[in-house]
Design a protein around this ligand. Structure first.
Ligand code: PLP
Length: 392
């Protein structure tokens, strides 16, 4: 296909639901991407949170190739080995639990919402937070505490109450005899890289225990090593009742998962919830290979090391450039809050061959691969600094 034909086909045949950058990518490796002109880009936001292993990790490719030549798909009314292995692996690295497989973050959260309604036995309210993001399906959208995503799609499913993030009193005030669960991201990704405080999360856990509420932690973006531990909840000294995963879990392939504390996991019985594609053999092999690669290649160690370096450099930028208001985040999930809209900075970086993201209008978001190298961070920061200088 010629370049013009690609753009033409998108324009004619694909619904315009995305704001798009006119780049056509053909190849990826680690933190690098190549476009149709063979120009190389450094990717500090691989896959919108999917690319924790970087692009095209060789172990994931190998696992997928091997599985796809044996058995591509088998539905959930039968057994297969990759699903058994992946579930065992996930439970080993989390907490005593049982899992449910699906295909995306929204679907995992939808599952968690359905789970809490069944578990609640008539209690159905879920408390969520301002600036949260839980996905685009109707219930996940109702859980999302941002009007801009909801407007035009009402009526949304009932039973969601949005309160201020990091405010335990606000949560307490919102609890009624109909409350079934509290649902949050420990670091709000899309909402501007807002980190939950230790005291807040521990108080939430205590509150849920006292009132018999479920604590649902959405780790769709923070999971799989993003914050320097395999899961973000491990920084907080708490265990969720339900955790949702997706994005980086499949090493680039689509998979979602709900991880439910063992004692309550049998709440959903045969026929109550399902997903045709959920946990197919190919995707399970990809996810297994990803987890193995994270461990064997010591990616968490690298993420922690690179995190210290990245944040020290970003904080130095903050002291130097007035346009930076705050630097936030954890591990390799960094948000740089600007006093101006971040769009132009992102465009300037793009011109220099660097891909980053801007969320919530003013927050530059960097989520490099966990195996990123120091010289790649240096290169990226040089470009970002150039863009910041131009916007003083
Ligand atoms: C991306 C994201 C979702 C939605 O995931 P999809 O796979 O796009 O449905 C849900 N929650 C969080 C925290 C996310 O970052």
């Amino acid at each position: 296909m010629k370049i013009e034909e690609v753009f033409e086909s998108y324009k004619k045949n694909i619904m315009p639901t995305y704001t798009k950058t006119p780049l056509i990518f053909v190849k990826g490796k680690g933190s690098k991407l190549w476009d149709m002109h063979n120009k190389v880009y450094l990717d500090l936001f691989p896959g919108w949170g999917v690319g924790n292993l970087g692009h095209c990790h060789p172990k994931v490719m190998q696992a997928v190739r091997d599985q796809i030549s044996k058995l591509i798909f088998i539905p959930n009314n039968y057994y297969h080995i990759p699903q058994a292995k992946l579930a065992r692996e996930l439970v080993y690295w989390t907490y005593p639990a049982k899992v449910f497989f699906c295909n995306s973050g929204a679907e995992a959260n939808e599952g968690a919402i359905k789970f809490s309604r069944k578990f609640g036995q008539g209690k159905y309210e879920i408390i969520t937070f301002e600036n949260s993001f839980h996905g685009r399906t109707l219930a996940a959208l109702a859980a999302t505490g941002q009007k801009k995503y909801q407007s035009g799609f009402e009526p949304l499913p009932e039973g969601f109450k949005t309160v201020k993030f990091n405010d335990i009193e606000a949560v307490k005030n919102a609890i009624t005899d109909k409350t079934a669960a509290i649902m949050l991201e420990l670091i709000q990704g899309e909402g501007g890289v807002n980190v939950a405080s230790q005291e807040f999360v521990q108080a939430l856990r205590k509150l849920c225990d006292e009132k018999n509420l479920l604590l649902i932690v959405d780790e769709v973006q923070t999971g799989m090593g993003r914050t320097g531990k395999l899961f973000c909840y491990q920084h907080y000294g708490i265990t969720p009742d339900v955790m949702t995963l997706a994005k980086a879990l499949g090493g680039g392939l689509p998979i979602g998962m709900m991880v439910v504390r063992k004692e309550i996991a049998d709440t959903l019985q045969p026929g109550m919830h399902a997903s045709t594609f959920g946990g197919g053999p190919v995707i399970c092999r990809a996810a297994l290979a990803s987890i193995k690669a994270i461990r064997k290649e010591k990616m968490l160690d690298n993420a922690q090391k690179m995190s210290r370096y990245l944040f020290s450099r970003l904080n130095a930028f903050k002291d130097k450039y007035e346009v930076i208001k705050e630097v936030r985040g954890m591990g390799l999930m960094a948000g740089v809050e600007l006093g101006i809209p971040g769009k132009d900075i992102v465009s300037k970086c793009l011109e220099e061959g660097l891909l980053i993201n801007c969320t919530h209008d003013t927050v530059l978001r960097l989520m490099p691969a966990l195996n990123i190298k120091k010289n790649e961070i240096d290169k990226a920061l040089k470009i970002i600094e150039g863009a910041l200088k131009g916007s003083k």
